[in-house]
Write a new protein. Structure first.
Length: 138
């Protein structure tokens, strides 16, 4: 009952505002969750900040036994939002896989993912990034 998990990402634009000329670095704020004001990162940037190993439980998206048949492939697209502490604060489904149980398991797995902070002008800021998950049965 093993399934290989490959995470593929789709394109998104980067919206980061910079600020120069500060004499002292700002003090880091307490951790905040990603909100609608979070920076939207390009897929490759968001993925590069992820520190969780997707080949290890509980981070690995899986197929349930009833769908784990050779040649079976399921995929979904998500928006993963991360707080300043590197913890996933929200996962929104953009295009779900065709099975509700799979969607729930994948969201649960994504909620365990951990990230390095995204830093702008020396301060960690919440961010979101798009993720495409595709799982193929062996």
């Amino acid at each position: 009952m093993s399934a290989r998990a490959s995470v593929y990402l789709f394109a998104a634009s980067v919206a980061v505002a910079g600020c120069a000329g500060k004499s002292q670095p700002p003090q880091p704020p307490p951790p905040t969750q990603a909100t609608d004001n979070a920076v939207m990162l390009a897929p490759n940037r968001g993925t590069s900040l992820r520190v969780s190993d997707l080949n290890q439980p509980p981070h690995r998206p899986l197929l349930p036994p009833r769908l784990n048949r050779s040649g079976n492939v399921l995929w979904g697209m998500y928006k993963v939002c991360v707080g300043t502490d590197g913890m996933v604060s929200r996962v929104a489904t953009i295009l779900p896989p065709p099975d509700n149980d799979v969607n729930a398991q994948w969201i649960g797995a994504m909620n365990t993912w951990r990230y390095n902070p995204h830093v702008v002008d020396g301060v960690a800021v919440p961010f979101c990034h798009p993720v495409r998950i595709e799982v193929r049965a062996d």
